[in-house]
Write a protein that binds this ligand. Structure first.
Ligand SMILES: Nc1ncnc2c1ncn2[C@@H]1O[C@H](COP(=O)(O)OP(=O)(O)OP(=O)(O)O)[C@@H](O)[C@H]1O
Ligand SMILES: [Mg+2]
Length: 315
């Protein structure tokens, strides 16, 4: 049996930050269909099996399907009810799952796209998270780089990127990193003055220099501002998961992406690990049963165990 199921809860919890009650992990990535929902669901299950109280929130508004990966039928109440003020608290949306300690807040089933929710509505969701009785809140984000998706990713304590070992997905992942990075730097008030340099550097063509040059460019104008920027960049450490690997070459893509991200953007990407391509995934989805519960002896259980422990270590 995997160590997931034998984890001693008391040690893990004490590692959690003392400052806030819960941690938010966001699972995103530029491309659709790469396994974000499957991974959000099963990371949530792992954490819940370890004894943590977990709430998984489907923020793929307009394309919500996290409930299927968790073996739950379409919940009656969804984030739409919260956004349209039919319910007043996020706690009213909690739907139980087949896993003890794990609840779901389902995304909207109507046409509200994530790109369409207003700044205030986004703020309302984020500010009301503290009402939830949770150790971990997992965000399952939709595909794309809309500002709302980027903002939910940035707001998390830990941002987890999912990529497939294929060129289109890798390109999309870099695009997502660049968009998050850009949005994050533009949101820092003290850096407002150097906003045009940030825009120029991040929108420039390769031949005009890489985003990694941004600190030296800003420092040349204002050293204190350069130091502030460096602090911001050093604090941005997204995590990467490569999904559906079939070969060692696929696994190694994660290491190459780590090196390239550092060299090109100056960002430390933590390669949290990989998931094998496994036909049981498809079977579990077809049966509408959570993968880790339906196939507890699958190799994927070890993959999840490794990744979740790695993510906890870097919390
Ligand atoms: N490790 C895997 N092995 C085999 N198939 C997988 C694996 N991971 C994901 N899949 C397949 O990919 C499909 C898409 O997964 P999922 O819905 O989690 O992607 P997503 O990134 O959330 O998509 P979207 O962007 O549409 O929300 C799943 O239905 C499953 O069949
Ligand atoms: Mg999804």
């Amino acid at each position: 049996m995997s160590p997931i199921f034998n984890h001693n809860n008391s040690t893990g919890l004490s590692v959690l930050g003392e400052m806030r009650k819960y941690k938010v992990w966001a699972v995103g990535g530029g491309k659709g269909g790469v396994g974000k929902s499957l991974i959000s669901a099963n990371i949530s299950i792992c954490l819940a099996l370890m004894g943590y109280k977990v709430v998984a929130i489907d923020l793929d508004l307009g394309g919500a399907n996290l409930h299927t990966c968790l073996g739950v039928s379409i919940p009656e109440k969804t984030l739409s009810d919260f956004l349209s003020k039919k319910v007043t608290s996020l706690s009213d949306l909690l739907t139980p799952t087949p896993v003890q300690n794990l609840s779901l807040i389902s995304g909207a089933q109507d046409n509200i796209g994530i790109a369409n929710i207003k700044h205030m509505q986004k703020g309302k969701i984020l500010s009301r998270l503290s009402e939830l009785d949770a150790d971990f809140v997992l965000f399952d984000l939709g595909a794309g780089t809309s500002f709302n998706t980027l903002d939910f990713f940035i707001s998390a304590d830990k941002g987890i990127l999912v990529a497939l070992p294929e060129p289109t997905s890798i390109e999309n992942t870099y695009r997502f990193i660049k968009s998050v990075y850009h949005r994050k730097l533009k949101s820092v008030e003290e850096l407002l003055e150097v906003g045009p340099i940030i825009d120029q550097t991040l929108n420039a063509k390769m031949s005009q220099g890489a985003p990694v040059d941004i600190i030296s460019k800003v420092s040349a104008i204002d050293q204190a501002m350069g130091a502030r920027l460096k602090r911001e960049i050093d604090g941005f450490r997204p995590n990467l998961i490569i999904n559906q690997v079939r070969t060692q070459t696929d696994i190694d893509i994660g290491f190459s992406m780590k090196i390239i991200t550092k060299k090109y953007f100056g960002i430390d990407l933590d390669y949290a690990g990989y998931f094998d391509y496994d036909a049981t995934v498809w079977q579990s989805i077809k049966r509408r049963r959570p993968l880790l519960l339906e196939f507890p002896n699958s190799e994927l259980v070890n993959n999840f165990d490794h990744i979740v422990h790695r993510l906890l270590e870097t919390s």
